[in-house]
Design a protein around this ligand. Structure first.
Ligand SMILES: CC(C)(COP(=O)(O)OP(=O)(O)OC[C@H]1O[C@@H](n2cnc3c(N)ncnc32)[C@H](O)[C@@H]1OP(=O)(O)O)[C@@H](O)C(=O)NCCC(=O)NCCS
Length: 156
């Protein structure tokens, strides 16, 4: 399976069923639908993307441009669609749009045990810069804070 038919575009309210379905099957403490809806309504204060293939939502990314920083708040791909480059395309598109909008850095938090996601972020130039102890309420897991310098040439 390739990524040929996968399209990355801005999230709309019509995507919420697909997005929330992935969110609920992916995370132990899923974001409520209203929080995605309010991000869609934030206009230029949020950058919300979906990956779509023939009308089906395969994944999404939520991020917030703040001053010269893009903070990535959420990224997930439907479990049946992993390893097809969908996560890579979502992240690449968000970082490209952030650079076009003048962002200098991108930041995110990720569970310390999430090797897949950490590897994906490292391929896009993110480096660990801090640990937030006990950040995740469901199991007390630490968050690794990662930062990418978007002005550099280290893959971002
Ligand atoms: C992290 C996630 C978004 C990646 O999405 P994806 O579409 O599978 O990502 P891609 O296919 O673009 O890339 C996956 C890469 O990880 C590699 N990979 C697979 N298993 C891995 C592992 N255990 N450790 C490190 N890398 C791994 C794959 O080989 C692939 O590499 P490639 O691009 O060189 O082929 C997806 O796994 C997901 O939704 N996970 C659950 C939610 C989550 O963790 N979100 C991030 C929270 S911060």
């Amino acid at each position: 399976m390739g990524r040929r038919n996968v399209r990355i575009r801005n999230m709309t309210h019509g995507d919420l069923d697909g997005v929330c379905g992935i969110e609920e099957e992916t995370f132990p403490a899923p974001w409520p639908r209203e929080s995605f809806a309010s991000d869609i309504d934030k206009g230029h204060r949020s950058l919300c993307l979906v990956a779509e293939e023939r009308g089906e939502i395969l994944g999404f990314l939520i991020s917030w441009p703040v001053a010269d920083e893009l903070h990535i708040g959420n990224l997930a791909v439907a479990a049946g669609c992993w390893d097809r480059g969908v996560g890579t395309e979502l992240l690449r598109t968000a970082l490209e749009e952030a650079v076009d909008g003048g962002a200098a850095i991108a930041t995110l938090e990720v569970r310390a045990s999430n090797a897949r996601a950490i590897a994906l972020y490292e391929r896009h130039g993110f480096r660990p810069v801090a640990v937030r102890k006990g950040y995740y309420a469901d199991n007390g897991e630490d968050a690794v804070v990662m930062l990418a310098d978007l002005r550099g040439d280290d893959g971002a």
